[in-house]
Design a protein around this ligand. Structure first.
Ligand code: ADP
Ligand code: MG
Length: 226
């Protein structure tokens, strides 16, 4: 599902430029759940953004679902993301002036899908928010907002779901509900899941843990060794 080869990525400009990824190679199989762990600043988010097609690499190759996306232009990348990748952030990134239903329908509307609102409604029901369709983000709890964000990420049934510290802004119980939901979606849809987490309990639920340090993969282990 994911194949990275010798990926290097620089972020920032001039004196502030940092080599966030220094030659990373990685394979993730279809249907696998991989947890990315490691200290702050080690390149976890950079790796996730790279395999979500949100950052373009300086060298190396990025293949997703068999497609080489390394040299796609911005327009092509945006189309590719819309079709193949669901992205969940720590801080939800919902549009505050849109209802839950409108937020979830948005990616489908941008893709000119005819049944955007009925599919968005089903996605919200799937995450347990069938009773909150007309609520605005400010009228929802943090956990509910993250559910909306997850519904938006998966409404197009992407084969790859990436999540950057999806429970980082939530209390422990709410975070556990969100993790349960992500793994249920993975199981039901057969999606591949790559997530960044500081939470050992979440990392332990993944099939495999990858530890980053200073822009490199330090070790890749099966969950029992993490
Ligand atoms: P992590 O998610 O593991 O905390 P990141 O991938 O966010 O790490 O960051 C990796 C490195 O890249 C860090 O040294 C960070 O300071 C740097 N970095 C991240 N974003 C930028 C940016 N926009 N400009 C310059 N440096 C950045
Ligand atoms: Mg990060």
């Amino acid at each position: 599902m994911v194949r990275l080869r010798a990926v290097r990525l620089s972020l920032g400009r001039g004196a502030a430029q940092v080599e966030a990824l220094k030659g990373v190679s990685l394979d993730v199989a279809r249907g696998e759940a991989v947890g990315l762990v490691g200290p702050s600043g080690s390149g976890k988010s950079s790796l996730l953004m790279t395999l979500a097609g949100l950052e373009q690499v300086n060298s190396g190759r990025v293949l997703i679902n068999g497609f080489d996306i390394t040299d796609l232009n911005e327009d092509m990348l945006a189309k590719f993301r819309g079709r193949y990748i669901g992205i969940v952030f720590q801080s939800f990134h919902l549009v505050p002036t849109m209802t839950a239903l409108e937020n979830v329908a948005l990616p489908l509307e941008l893709a000119d899908a005819s049944d955007a609102f009925s599919r968005a409604k089903r996605a919200l029901e799937r995450v347990g928010l069938g009773g909150r369709l007309g609520h605005y983000p400010a009228q929802l709890s943090g956990g509910e907002q993250q559910r909306v964000a997850i519904a938006r990420a998966v409404v197009g049934r992407p084969p790859l779901i990436v999540a950057d510290e999806p429970t980082g802004n939530l209390d422990e119980d709410t975070g556990k509900d969100i993790v349960d939901l992500l793994f249920a979606l993975k199981r039901d849809e057969g999606a591949t899941l790559v997530l960044v987490t500081h939470d050992p309990a979440l990392a332990a639920r993944c099939d495999r843990t990858i530890r980053m340090r200073s822009g490199l993969i330090e070790s890749a282990t099966l969950d029992e060794a993490s």
